[in-house]
Ligand binder design. Sequence first.
Ligand code: AMP
Ligand code: MG
Length: 329
Amino acid sequence: MKRTTALLLALLLILLCGCGKKEATETVYAMDTVMELTVWGPGAEKQVQAAAERIQELEETLSVTRSDSEVARLNAGETVVLSEDAAALLEQSLILRDETDGAMDPTIYPLVKLWGFTTREYRVPTEAEIAEMLAQVRAGTLEIEDGTAAAHGLELDFGAVAKGYAGAVLARELKEAGVKSALLTLGGNVQTVGLKPDGSRWRIGVRDPWGAEGIYLGVLTVGETAVVTSGGYQRYFEEDGTRYCHILDPSTGYPASSGLASVTIVAEDSLLADGLSTALYVMGLEKASDFWRNRGGFEAVLVTDDGTIFVTAGLRDCFACREFQVIER
Ligand code: AMP
Ligand code: MG
């Protein structure tokens, strides 16, 4: 009898430990990047699978390069009945465009194409080509009514916000399914759900813009949040000794050269974090600092071209790094 009780207890203990440690990971290639999704807890396998399928669904809707996506059809001049995802992303990214005074602008796509960033057939366009394309983009209009959209003379690219939107959607849906702990790495975007399985906070590395993958400048200790980095180092080409990065300044049509090497945004809302990482990279240190002071609702790590690290005041105590300067309110 004693032996049976001991055996049952041991079995119970194994089951309990097993459940607590249950972990499932999926690697997905979508939105032009490698994504790693990890979920902990009961049902982790099923939840991570559902998340991976959701990413593919978003990719099919939002990809600018898949000819049958809603975005591609809009860009081809069709009037499109928008899915809930495309409608939400369009609406929120246009709000962000206004808020950032156009530093993040999803209608910049014709210029992204002109520089070859879509096809990776890079080239430096002539000044006249850029001016002509900019004029065309500015003259374009977007008609949105009752969930239907049509673009006139302009094309959209959600490259600056789609991964952020995906992070927000996945986090929400995982939580609705009862997940208490997950780590979603969508290229340069990180989204956490809850705390680590052991109840401690997450440690998220901020990539060294000059280092190899996996080399970090510092580490952020965070709870449930999005941590999104934009940097010229993530995609660029060089011609005649000049480096041209994939983030364009919509006010000039040229790659942003604002003196920043990378911008990391920490915010609850992953779409906001993604949009702002691109926008603040375009703005440069001073404008970005003022934007943070005036708007709030997010924190940032800004690395200048000379390697100086600036951190907004709210991150002072959760950023571990050799040396940094604090941007005060
Ligand atoms: P991210 O990596 O989030 O900073 O987004 C950069 C991507 O967004 C680029 O690869 C382009 O496809 C697109 N893009 C480039 N510049 C801008 C901009 N100023 N506003 C919006 N999208 C942009
Ligand atoms: Mg972005």
